[in-house]
Design a binder for this molecule. Structure first.
Ligand code: FAD
Length: 497
């Protein structure tokens, strides 16, 4: 008997990405009995591989997807309000070059509409001449530069935002488990009545009145043909390089000279993250990684704007890939497919969600929980997730306190990065981390921010948390092997090096 067995839940959520965690939080806050089961770790899928932007989606204006932009801008404002510790305003410089696909007038019109939709709740954009653009970003190529504009969006930590929702769901009474896989659906007379969940080498039945499939781009044996037909995956790759090599001061929005797509150059501490690609893929989300052509595309694009950097593959500190779940069966280019979501109920009663964005997860979750309430035949309680703060504001203070209580835990794990042993112990005791990958990839971002992806620090980290997680020497060795395999899979570049 575990916390998952026993009386049926009102709602079983399968998948602990931003979608599943957002729904679990909302449903638990509305008083439903909720269970959430995540196969690996929260945000180990697409939700931990995003551009980490909470953005209105300026580029969607080009496709005249005004309603999507409107919703995204409203959600950006909501998240800035309920999670100021996780979502912060970010200024973008958009340089304008002679002959570019998006010219001065088009950009000015787009940014005017963008500001209009924010209805004065965000700082307004302003135009720059060539000298002003170079003053903001002195490393930009001066030839052909005609001017630019500065506009405002927001940045987040995708993994922490997802985790905050999982933790909030738990605080509101949901049973939330990671490293547990739904292996099949339980059915009675063609109706879905629950699921079989495997964890720690055992299986158990979890019964639920409503089941939500929020497994993103994963195909499971319970994936319906309809879902598989509707869902297409678009691969998006990011690379990180030392910021001093590029010399960007802030975030930039750029048009790739190679294919005219909008791309971003994002400051991340001592690094700059460049992304992203957008290509159809049939790769498994368990195996997806950057390949040489992805990296060359990003380097080629950025070198065009920052020619003095002359970046080569040797400059790439990290490269990683994620797959966007796009709700469309059409054959258009992925960049032109709407980032909207679709919610359908299959013949057995399973609610299926596909598509969506990190930015709009909260409103999408509210819509799903409205549907769940009506399927349960419950009185309709409104969502309150837009007015209740997400947890985690006191995290850094709690970690600092751990360091004051035990000086060993205050020592930096990697020179130059702010992570200490206290971040790891806090990850275990307060943030449901169970593996080295949870700790070094997601509770901290050591794997993203070091050139060896945390391999050198992994044994130290394992020694630190082994007593807390009750790892035997054999388990510790297995964790280290699993970690090495995971970072190889996630950060190596296919066909290269
Ligand atoms: P996922 O995060 O993939 O979650 C699905 C989860 O289901 C996984 O964790 C998986 O392990 C779990 N699962 C699968 N099968 C099972 C099972 N049998 N049992 C239990 N669990 C299971 N959006 C933005 O708003 N801003 C951005 O800047 C942005 N940038 C992006 C950049 C890239 C390169 C990509 C790829 C996407 C980006 N997005 C962005 C979109 C956004 O990241 C996704 O829409 C969102 O993360 C999808 O979340 P999800 O929960 O649906 O899927």
């Amino acid at each position: 008997m575990t916390e998952l067995s026993g009386e049926p839940f009102d709602l079983l959520v399968i998948g602990g990405g931003i979608t599943g965690c957002g729904v679990a939080r909302d449903a638990a806050m509305r008083g439903l009995r909720v269970a959430l089961v995540e196969r690996d770790d929260f945000a180990s899928g697409t939700s931990g591989r995003s551009s980490r932007l909470i953005h209105g989606g300026i580029r969607y204006l080009e496709n005249a997807q005004l309603h999507l932009v409107h919703e995204a801008i409203r959600e950006r404002q909501t998240l800035l309000r309920i999670a100021p510790h996780l979502v912060k305003p970010l200024a973008f410089t958009w340089p304008l070059y002679r002959g570019a696909r998006v010219g001065k007038l088009k950009l000015a019109a787009g940014l005017f509409v963008y500001d209009l939709m924010a209805a004065g709740r965000s700082r307004r954009h302003f135009a720059l001449d060539a000298a002003g653009t170079l003053q903001r970003e002195p490393s930009l190529r001066p030839e052909g530069l005609e001017g630019g504009a500065v506009y405002y969006d927001a940045a987040t930590d995708d993994t922490r935002l997802t985790l905050a929702n999982a933790l909030a769901a738990r605080e509101h009474g949901a049973v939330v488990v990671n490293h547990a896989t739904v292996t099949s659906i339980l059915r009675h007379q063609d109706r879905a009545t629950g699921a079989i969940v495997a964890r720690n080498g055992a299986t158990e039945d979890v019964r639920a009145r409503v089941i939500l499939n929020a497994t993103g781009v994963w195909e499971n044996n319970f994936t319906t043909e309809e879902r598989a037909r509707r869902l297409r995956g678009s691969k998006g790759v990011h690379i990180s390089v030392a910021r001093e090599r590029i010399g960007n001061r802030e975030a930039l929005t750029l048009i790739s000279p190679l294919d005219g797509r909008v791309m971003f150059c994002l400051p991340a501490g001592s690094q700059t993250i460049i992304g992203t690609t957008d290509t159809w893929t049939s790769e498994s989300p368990d195996a997806v990684r950057a390949d040489r052509s992805d990296v060359d595309y990003l380097l080629g694009s950025i070198n065009h704007y920052f020619p003095r950097a002359g970046l080569t593959r040797a400059d790439v500190a990290s490269a990683w890939a994620g797959i966007r779940p796009l709700a469309s069966g059409g054959a258009k280019s992925p960049g032109r497919i709407s980032r909207e979501h679709s919610i359908v109920v299959d013949d057995s009663g399973i609610v299926e969600v596909t598509g969506g964005k990190l930015t709009t997860y909260r409103s999408m979750a509210a819509e799903i929980v409205d549907l769940v309430q009506s399927r349960l035949g419950r009185e309709r309680r409104p969502s309150t997730t837009d007015s209740v703060a997400l947890p985690g504001a006191g995290r850094e203070a709690a970690i600092a306190q751990l360091g004051r209580e035990n000086a060993e835990l205050a020592k930096p794990l990697v020179p130059g990065l702010g992570y200490t042993g206290a971040h790891l112990t806090y990850g275990v005791t307060n943030e449901m981390a169970l593996t080295l990958s949870d700790l070094l990839i997601r509770r901290t971002h050591i794997a993203f921010e070091t050139r060896d992806h945390g391999r050198a620090i992994a044994p130290v980290a394992a020694d630190l948390v082994a007593p807390l997680l009750r790892w035997t020497p054999d388990e510790k060795s297995a964790q280290l092997r699993a970690y090495a395999a995971e970072v190889e899979r996630m950060f190596s570049i296919a066909g290269d090096y």
